[in-house]
Design a protein around this ligand. Structure first.
Ligand SMILES: [Cu+2]
Length: 474
């Protein structure tokens, strides 16, 4: 998974500009030029070159939208449009998004900034943008029909408000929401504090990503928009493992990760090797006195959770949703359980009919990682990803927190796999192996039950049934 990274650190806005393509400059002369991003790589933090300084975030497999300063107003231009998103190498999804990607670019501003956002609708239907969690004038809230007319296809609307409170927010349509969110229309918004804030720590690394989900049949490209719960691609920023970049940090960095959930179920997000605190929600920073240590935090639908920790343990630490079905890709759903079923008898017979037939699942599903199976086009294996010790057996909402002593400050380049000090990796035991006492007294006749079966005499129990006295019931 590390070879595909093309993370260029320290180039900031230049990198974004270099990969950007401008769209119809003439038609939109008075608007800020829309900037597109077509690569699904994690882009370096966008260092602000105008306005108040702040410490930028890193959007996992995403980017921050550059702005134009216009008489003290920060102007952004979002273009709602159909996009092609590579969810992982081997799977391209036909989604709707903003400025060439789903999710849309992260918008970063500073508390107190006046912000103007032009929204051009290049979708085949109307849309709107709701600025989830923001304090703003009611008419800027983006609920089509309720606070504004929907933005017709082909039109551009403008939103303007002051970013009043620092925090982490999301944006998404409030028009044909079921369709538009199932198609990938969403993005992150971070309002940085203007001054040193008591409850908002300065951090060394600040990652953001959205939880989203798609239902794309094997071999298909377009999500099924009417699916309510049984999605088959559980993604972070519309990427699935092994397409999700690692979160690369330097040892002893203070790390903040902001995770927003725009799926239709909750996701217990879990980290290995460290404890974190939930330091903020979409409602704002959590007071110090109300924080507690966690290793998993459940993120409900429509919520954002901001976690923080000191990355003081070197290694490659798994970081994932703890619902095991959410760390699987499409083929994992509706698969019959075959554990314990001996298929050797029927395999030969089926192979006569279907030459490529493979017997799988008798001893679990780990086979799925190891065997190259013929898959429909545009389909990922159920679980995959090569690690330094073999298959990682994962898909979906899974990534790796890479903590390295020698990672440079501000460097997000993938350092490769962790080199474990000698003698610190779990290994095969090759010494004496006496049978555990518990199973020693269990003969083969007991069919290898791990728990001894106790044979008790069945005492005959005499049961006397008396006829009830008097009338029962009616
Ligand atoms: Cu999940």
């Amino acid at each position: 998974m590390s070879s595909r990274r093309s993370f260029l650190s320290g180039l900031g806005a230049i990198t974004v500009a270099a990969t950007a393509t401008s769209v119809s400059k003439v038609a939109m002369a008075t608007l800020p030029e829309p900037i597109n991003q077509t690569k699904p790589d994690t882009m370096p933090p966008l260092i602000p070159d105008t306005g108040r300084p702040y410490n930028p975030v890193v959007t996992l497999n995403g980017w921050t939208l550059p702005w134009r300063m216009n008489k003290g107003v920060k102007e952004f231009h979002l273009v709602a449009e159909p996009v092609i998103r590579e969810m992982a190498p081997g799977l391209k999804a036909h989604l709707w998004g903003y400025n060439g990607q789903s999710p849309g670019p992260t918008i970063e501003v500073v508390e107190g900034d006046r912000v103007r956002i032009f929204v051009t609708n290049k979708l085949p239907e109307h849309t709107s943008v709701h600025w989830h969690g923001q304090r703003l004038p009611n008419g800027m809230d983006g609920v089509s029909g309720l606070t504004q007319p929907a933005i017709p296809s082909g039109k551009t609307f403008v939103y303007e408000f002051i970013a009043r409170r620092p925090g982490t927010f999301m944006y998404h349509p409030h028009a044909d929401e079921m369709t538009q969110m199932a198609m990938g229309m969403m993005g992150f918004w971070v309002t940085h504090p203007k001054n040193k804030h008591q409850q908002i720590a300065n951090v060394d690394r600040d990652f953001v990503f959205l939880l989203n989900a798609y239902d794309i049949d094997p071999g298909a490209y377009t999500p099924k928009i009417s699916t309510m719960l049984d999605f088959n691609l559980w993604s972070w920023n519309s990427r699935v493992f092994p397409g999700i970049d690692p979160l690369v940090v330097r040892k002893n960095d203070r790390v903040r990760i902001r995770v927003g959930n725009l799926t239709m179920t909750n996701h217990p997000i879990h980290i290995h090797g460290h404890e974190f605190q939930v330091t903020g929600t979409d409602g704002g920073p959590v007071p110090q006195s109300a924080r507690w240590p966690e290793i998993t935090t459940d993120i409900a639908v429509g919520q954002m959770r901001q976690i923080e920790f000191i990355a003081d343990e070197e290694g490659d630490w798994a970081f994932h949703c703890h619902k095991s079905h959410h760390t699987m890709n499409a083929m994992g759903h509706d698969t019959p359980t075959l554990i314990g079923i001996d298929q050797s008898d029927i395999a030969g017979k089926i192979a006569n009919l279907i030459p490529d037939y493979m017997v799988m699942g008798s001893g679990g599903m780990a086979d799925m990682t190891e065997m190259p199976m013929p898959l429909p086009e545009n389909t990922l294996p159920m679980m995959t990803g090569k690690g330094p010790f073999g298959g990682v057996d994962m898909g979906g909402m899974f990534s790796v927190l890479k903590v390295r002593k020698n990672q440079k400050q501000g460097d997000y380049k993938d350092p490769g796999w962790y080199k474990h000090p000698a003698g610190t990796v779990a290994r095969e035991w090759t010494g004496n192996l006496p049978l555990p006492a518990r199973s020693a007294d269990v003969g083969i006749k007991e069919e290898n039950q791990s728990m001894p079966i106790k044979h008790q005499h069945h005492h005959e129990i005499e049961v006397q049934v008396r006829k009830p006295v008097g009338k029962m019931g009616h």
